[in-house]
Design a protein around this ligand. Sequence first.
Ligand SMILES: Cc1cc2nc3c(=O)[nH]c(=O)nc-3n(C[C@H](O)[C@H](O)[C@H](O)COP(=O)(O)OP(=O)(O)OC[C@H]3O[C@@H](n4cnc5c(N)ncnc54)[C@H](O)[C@@H]3O)c2cc1C
Ligand SMILES: NC(=O)c1ccc[n+]([C@@H]2O[C@H](COP(=O)([O-])OP(=O)(O)OC[C@H]3O[C@@H](n4cnc5c(N)ncnc54)[C@H](OP(=O)(O)O)[C@@H]3O)[C@@H](O)[C@H]2O)c1
Length: 401
Amino acid sequence: MGQLIEVQYREIGDVALFDTDRSITGQDSRVYRGPSPNDDPPSTLATRLFRTDGSIDHVHVLSNTVSIRRRGGWDDASLKGARDVIASLFVVYDEDADPYEPLREANYNATIASIRAHNEDLWVMKVMPDEPIEPFDAGQYTTLGLGYWEPRADDAVEDFDDEQRRKMARRSYSVSSSIVDRETGELEPEHPESVEFYIVKVRPDQEEIPALTPRIFTKGEGDRLFMSHKFTGRYTLRGVEPGDKVVFLSTGTGEAPQNAMTAELLRRGHAAPILNLVCVRYNDDLAYIPEQKIVQEKWPNYRYEAITTREPENEGNKVYIQDLVRGGGVEEMLGGRLDPEDTHVFLCGNPAMIGLPKWEEDSPVFPEPVGVCELLHERGFTIDHLKTRGNVHYEEYWKDR
Ligand SMILES: Cc1cc2nc3c(=O)[nH]c(=O)nc-3n(C[C@H](O)[C@H](O)[C@H](O)COP(=O)(O)OP(=O)(O)OC[C@H]3O[C@@H](n4cnc5c(N)ncnc54)[C@H](O)[C@@H]3O)c2cc1C
Ligand SMILES: NC(=O)c1ccc[n+]([C@@H]2O[C@H](COP(=O)([O-])OP(=O)(O)OC[C@H]3O[C@@H](n4cnc5c(N)ncnc54)[C@H](OP(=O)(O)O)[C@@H]3O)[C@@H](O)[C@H]2O)c1
């Protein structure tokens, strides 16, 4: 049991300075912008600060001064919280000191093996379960979870009682794939050692406070979480014949299962045209561009296309995936007709792009505004429905409000 450090503090805007009664770094200056994999005293301190308060985004340690920047500034509770973390840096806790440690032990069954942060809101994350990975089909999804007790990466305040705080936030995630190794250009194996996910950090808005992604985005490599051992879903390549054209249409991280199925088609030697078209807000919302370039060069029957909607050039000229289906742009990219006789279309992501019908008996009633399902139905395509396996397959990432 080490000694508590004495700490004095003062704040200047978003930054608070904490002076301690002993040096933490010697004369070295150390800067952190997120949890550190190292376990020396300043790194341990920074990691604990980031984990305790999701609004802290910058920690600087120099000798006996710790400067901490906090998005949204400081209040009494956050100042005292950071002071307590610093004061107890050298105190060895027994298990009871962190009331949530037993919950983590009981609920978490996997470890974050790697994170490729394409930007601070978009990650390609690989997860290694404690148990061997059960077989699954390309396109399927599983569940990830973290406790509500974990810190958030944003300032949203959840009005929880202690019972709710001890529960788990669980969400579905498609298994993704980089398709090829960025360095070697080799196809990803069918059974990799860890499971890849492609995740965007959802921001809170007036109507909803997202539960899981703001917590995932406080985590680092080596951290623990829950991953279901069960992979599920009918969004797979079942029914796709070797000569069929395959069209993947997605928004945002809906690219994930499309890439997993692309990798599977290429492993099978699929020679007919494959189009993977994704629609995102900004160019920086695309994390797989280098891999997609390699795939296009190696497999001439594969084409990857991305369109944006919020770049300056899109102003007054916003084009959605539906517009490209309607106007023939998709067929141009595919290099062939959208013919229900020999084409499968996979739709993933934003439910408004998909435009799934409600069913009255066996008749579809399509939503407004028109989504891709209605346009394909008009061309004679069959939408997956109950036991009918059609040639239009879909995965909605959330339900329209
Ligand atoms: C079968 C399935 C597979 C999924 N696979 C992925 C995946 O591979 N990657 C991924 O990032 N998400 C995926 N999702 C969405 C995921 O389950 C979560 O909803 C999402 O990560 C947000 O979780 P949250 O708890 O932070 O917010 P939530 O409370 O779950 O969502 C809040 C709101 O955020 C918006 N939203 C949710 N997901 C997204 C998204 N992916 N992109 C843009 N806006 C979104 C919606 O408006 C939603 O109402 C999938 C969902 C389903 C049903
Ligand atoms: N780049 C960012 O701004 C950014 C960065 C980090 C995190 N986030 C958070 O991530 C979440 C959103 O993620 P996202 O941008 O990946 O997903 P998204 O909101 O589903 O947007 C993906 C693409 O789908 C388009 N789209 C929207 N409505 C459509 C419709 N009816 N039909 C067809 N296409 C449609 C969007 O265009 P529109 O331009 O019309 O919406 C966008 O190009 C939000 O919580 C956001 O706060 C966003």
